[in-house]
Design a protein around this ligand. Structure first.
Ligand SMILES: [Zn+2]
Ligand SMILES: [Zn+2]
Ligand SMILES: [Zn+2]
Length: 96
């Protein structure tokens, strides 16, 4: 399912980031180890497209705060900040 998230300054999506014990987020996009490019989370919300096994685009957009990543190697809730909620409302035509 497509979902709304953020792309970090390191070039990877926020779903690849994990908070450490000091609750600083770090990137594990490269095989579960830190990519080392320097993380600065962008506040801009983007729609991240996803594809099924046949390569078809899945149009359904996961709602902010809903669980994403099942079977995709990560699992966490989609970002639910105000920007993401606003973009979701815009894309789905829901009343803002
Ligand atoms: Zn990264
Ligand atoms: Zn990062
Ligand atoms: Zn967000």
């Amino acid at each position: 399912m497509a979902y709304i998230g953020h792309r970090c300054a390191c070039g990877h999506l926020d779903v690849h980031h994990r908070a450490d014990s000091a609750s600083r987020e770090h990137c594990e996009a490269v095989g579960g180890v830190r990519c080392g490019k320097g993380c600065r989370k962008s506040s801009t919300s983007i729609l991240v497209p996803t594809f099924d096994l046949a390569g078809r685009r899945i149009e359904t957009i996961t709602e902010p705060g809903q669980w994403i990543g099942e079977g995709a190697g990560y699992s966490r809730a989609a970002c639910a900040c105000d920007d993401c909620r606003a973009l979701h409302a815009e894309l789905t035509g829901a009343a803002a």
